[in-house]
Ligand binder design. Sequence first.
Ligand code: AKG
Length: 266
Amino acid sequence: MTVTGIETGVRQFQEDGFMVVRGLFARDEIDALCGQFTALHAGGPVPGHFEPSAPGGSTDPLRRYPRVMQPHEINELALRFLLDARLREVLETLLGEEVLAAQSMFYFKPPGARGQALHQDNFYLRVEPGTCVAAWVACDEIDRDNGGLEVVPGTHRMDLFCPELADSQVSFAREYVAPPPGLTATPVDMAPGDVLFFNGSLVHGSQPNRTAERFRRSFIGHYVGASTERIGHYYRTLSMSGARVPLPESEGAGPCGTEFAPHGPH
Ligand SMILES: O=C(O)CCC(=O)C(=O)O
């Protein structure tokens, strides 16, 4: 085992549904990754992956900085992050078997951007049997003010909830799962290079970025155990050495978070 402190983390993952490995990536690795996404943003749209729209008087920062979907399919460094051996070691310890990578995303979350209301990832990935696991890599100092991730410990033991409609003033995604009675959302503060691992049934989400000038960037990978039998059609599973491993399709899946229309004039 080369990733230190993992045993305590595994217990927390089983108990609460999440764990954080501090400093899994070095600052210079995170800087290099962010550099790639800064260049991608400057280069303009990449159909199917990064589709900013002209601001046209809109005040919605997500029009200029939408999330990047499946960046590992268009960027070599994003692919290396998704398949990183340190992530693999933690994931295989957590799942107790080999893992497959199912998707990646990069959130810029600029100042003023809405968050993503509380939800469960397996509502979208529809991994069967079981669930997925996320590795959420902090790329900035992340706290309550700039819209860090919040988790509802214990919900990983529960079934998928039927989501309500989220408040479009604070969430760019439509689905909202209220914390079950007696449970509350807990913020997870993180530094660049820290990685939050969480169970795909865990209710989690984020508030808006309420700061004036601090981005809240994160690189997110979703993974499944190699024994998975079905997954939603949107997810193109890869082995951790990068080979495509097609899986039969499950029903009812879609991209992680169905988006509302952007805010403001179009
Ligand atoms: O980063 C966020 O604000 C939300 C990300 C998320 O919910 C996810 O990765 O499933």
